[in-house]
Write a protein that binds this ligand. Structure first.
Ligand code: PLP
Length: 378
């Protein structure tokens, strides 16, 4: 078999595989984005967004990838002078830091090594000083396949009065994001992750407090303008119409499945993936307690790099998984299992891995990873 981008098993850490219904929905002649048909599309999306976030609130759709949503939130809500805390333990935490530092000169960054839990004690100590106005962090660190335990800091953030601004790009519709229980003021989701729509839209949820605190410094990404427009089923600028059509269909599919069911299914696939990784004798990158349900990060087998694992999966077995980022290039690979990923996807990837490890003489027990999957099927 050779690699074919139209038929491959597609398990990178987002974008994820797209349902044919979503693909068909995009296939429309140009429509008037100021006409009744499109207003109807925006209205339906607006009504469906609480099914994505699992909460009601002020919700906006931005044309632009997830980073546009982050930039809109930070440029609108991070105070330029008051102190902002950034907490980071991976590549996307570093990006948060870079984004926040574009709009504020008063930033304290607390870090943990990539793949280690957030430095909770240090966060609590900084919050106790009483002058922090915003806390910015990543819920699901896609770069290392790790979920941050935001519950451990949520209460203290709330008590401090700081705004709690969360990158939920690979968390929303993949793992529980208890927006209300944790008092999160802003969450950004990306269209291309748990929702399984194409890349290119950012979905933003804001609390009442966040809306009251908005001081937009960006123009295109002014969340105030976006929220005002969406109330009238409109957008401030020319939207990416085909992506909105795709988003509506992906939201309909999510609603049909139900958010709780999607989270439960994603968890089941993640649990099976971890069991199959164990059966291959491979090691997860983060500690198992923090392993993400949307993306599993795995150490490359000792002595084998991307060329021997990921590239062979791609070229010989038509299976796409993702490599590591920055210092982890060639050291880990990542399997995305969110959105509409399903059991046959996992069979394809683990059958390929069995063959690769078998040929390298490193397979502990032939078929064990596939058995681990079977045993965890519903
Ligand atoms: N934050 C997280 C946690 C992500 O996983 C990603 C993308 O993978 C981003 C931010 C950046 O999003 P985008 O590439 O859609 O701009």
């Amino acid at each position: 078999m050779t690699f074919d981008p139209e038929t491959d098993t597609f398990l990178i850490a987002g974008p994820v595989r797209i349902h044919p219904r979503v693909l068909r929905a995009m296939s429309m002649p140009s429509v008037n984005h100021r006409g009744d048909f499109f207003h109807g599309v925006v209205q339906e999306i607006r009504e469906l967004l609480p099914a994505l976030f699992g909460a009601r609130g002020h919700q906006a759709i931005l044309t632009g990838s997830g980073t546009a949503g982050l930039e809109a939130v930070y440029s609108g809500l991070v105070p330029s002078d008051g102190r902002t805390l950034v907490v980071s333990n991976g590549n996307f935490g570093q990006r948060t830091d870079a984004l926040v530092r574009r709009v504020s000169k008063n930033v304290t960054t607390l870090t943990a090594p990539w793949g280690q839990p957030l430095p909770t004690e240090a966060v609590l100590a900084e919050l106790a000083k009483g002058d922090v106005r915003a806390v910015c962090t990543v819920h699901n660190e896609t770069s290392v396949g790790l979920v941050n335990d935001l519950a451990s800091i949520a209460q203290a953030v709330r008590a401090s009065g700081a705004l709690f601004l969360v990158d939920g790009i690979s968390a929303v519709a993949g793992i529980p994001v208890p927006i209300e229980a944790w008092g999160i003021d802003a969450v950004v989701a990306g269209s291309q992750k748990g929702l399984a729509a194409p890349a290119g839209l950012a979905l933003v949820h804001l609390s009442d407090r966040a809306v009251a605190a908005l001081q937009p410094r960006a123009y295109y990404l002014d969340l105030g303008k976006h929220l005002k427009s969406i109330e009238k089923n409109d957008t401030p600028w020319t939207p990416a119409v085909p992506l909105f059509l795709a988003l509506r269909e992906a939201l309909r599919i999510l609603k049909e499945e139900g958010l709780e069911q999607r989270l439960a299914r994603t968890h089941r696939l993640a649990d099976a993936t971890r069991a199959a990784v164990d059966a291959l004798g491979l090691q997860l990158f983060p500690d198992r307690r923090w392993a993400s349900d949307t993306v599993t990060a795995i150490h490359n087998p000792p002595g084998l790099g991307d060329a021997e694992v990921r590239k062979v999966l791609e070229r010989e077995y038509n299976v796409l998984v993702q490599g590591g980022q920055e210092a982890l290039v060639g050291k880990i690979f990542r399997i995305g299992h969110m959105g509409i990923a399903d059991w046959p996807d996992l069979y394809a990837v683990f059958a390929g891995l069995e063959r690769i490890l078998g040929k390298a003489g490193r397979l502990p027990a032939s078929g064990a990873s596939l058995r681990a999957l079977v045993e965890r099927m519903p």
